[in-house]
Design a protein around this ligand. Structure first.
Ligand SMILES: [Zn+2]
Ligand SMILES: [Zn+2]
Length: 375
């Protein structure tokens, strides 16, 4: 407990001082482009904000003007209704105060972008959050050559290596199928933006509508985002709200129930009776996390790059200078510096969608990493 409390508020890894000509610097409001006079995913209110994606730690209320990718419009407006928003198709270049800006797919969630900036003969790319493996719910990650790459490092420890998307979906499907045969509902907790839709789309892709073992029931908290995904053309299975089925319907016992983590132990779950439950998160790769979470199963499903993915993405940019924003920052900075990159950190206020789970997992991850030789 003591250790978890400490890891909940890690000592911030200080930002390195800016160099003359830097295209992005750390300011109290967020990451700032001095020649362009705009911010990327700022955490305090600013005039101009370029938003990499609609997760709540990257996209906040209070800015005067927002810019995001065209495919990100629906989900960003679902989360921040009423904002003054402009959008840009992926790959299309605009010039603002002499800075050429374009957005490129990050493969993280619907509409997620890397921000490419070009000015004075330099190219910088700010990744936001990203994932390398395509999952069918958003445009796949695209490596963008640059001189300086600003990267996340949420799962920046060598122990994080994800199973492939088909393997994960087969695992979730077989768990659901076995529960349905035994007359038990399957409740999977997944963050309501990104992971939930990935499970829904992935299972449909795995089995087809006719192959699903029972009905799919979604928690009301998912409705708006599911609609935004469907509007964007992402295939989702037929879904019902729990209230749309009669209370003692036998179908409830064959159902897959997708709910946000906040629904765990809520009275809403009682209608499903003796169900099997699972949690979907990258942190589930550590067995202790599942145990602490008190669920029957853990699926290591993440919308972030794993350790090999982070290193592959960093190498693919060809950048010599790397700036790490959030996650396991000191580990990644040290690793890269030892291997010939110029690596440093930006102190940011980005967190993780599964913050509570992360806190519990970090203690275990850090001690496990201590026992493992770097690859
Ligand atoms: Zn994110
Ligand atoms: Zn993030």
């Amino acid at each position: 407990m003591h250790q978890e409390a400490r890891l909940d508020h890690p000592r911030p890894f200080p930002s390195a001082p800016a160099r003359p000509g830097d295209l992005v610097v750390a300011r109290p409001e967020g990451l700032y482009c001095p020649p362009g006079d705009f911010y990327i995913d700022p955490w305090r209110p600013v005039q101009r904000a370029v938003i990499t994606h609609a997760h709540s730690d990257h996209a906040r209320f209070g800015h005067a003007h927002y810019l995001c990718s065209e495919p990100g419009r629906g989900v960003l407006l679902a989360r921040l209704p009423g904002i003054h928003l402009d959008t840009l198709p992926y790959g299309e270049r605009i010039t603002h105060h002499g800075v050429t800006l374009s957005l490129h797919p990050a493969g993280h969630v619907l509409g997620s972008s890397q921000v490419r900036l070009e000015y004075g003969g330099q190219v910088w790319v700010a990744s936001g959050d990203y994932k390398l493996e395509a999952d069918g719910t958003c445009d796949p990650f695209e490596p963008v050559p640059c001189d300086t790459f600003i990267t996340e490092s949420t799962f920046g420890l060598p122990i994080y290596r994800w199973p492939s998307q088909p393997t994960l979906m087969a695992e979730i499907f077989h768990w659901w199928q076995a529960n349905a045969k035994a007359g038990r509902a399957s409740i999977v907790y997944a963050y309501s933006f990104g992971k939930a839709q990935r499970i829904l789309h992935g299972l449909l892709h795995h089995a087809g509508v006719a192959g699903l073992p029972g009905p799919v029931i979604v928690h009301g908290a998912l409705s708006t985002l599911n609609a935004a995904y469907a509007d964007a053309g992402v295939a989702l299975p037929p879904m019902a709200l729990a209230s749309e089925l009669p209370p003692r319907s036998p179908l409830l016992r064959r159902a897959l129930v997708v709910a946000p983590p906040s629904a765990q132990r809520s009275p809403w779950l009682r209608r499903f009776g003796d169900a099997s439950d699972a949690f979907a998160s990258g942190w589930m790769q550590l067995r202790g996390t599942r145990r602490r979470r008190g669920v029957d199963r853990g699926f290591a499903l993440s919308d972030h790059a794993d350790w090999p993915g982070l290193l592959q993405a960093i190498s693919a940019t060809g950048a010599g200078r790397i700036i790490v924003t959030h996650g396991n920052v000191p580990v990644m900075v040290r690793y890269l510096n030892e291997r010939g990159w110029q690596a440093q950190a930006f102190e940011t206020e980005y967190g993780d969608d599964d913050e509570a789970v992360r806190v519990a997992a970090q203690a275990e991850a850090v001690s496990a990493a201590g026992n493992e030789a770097a690859p």
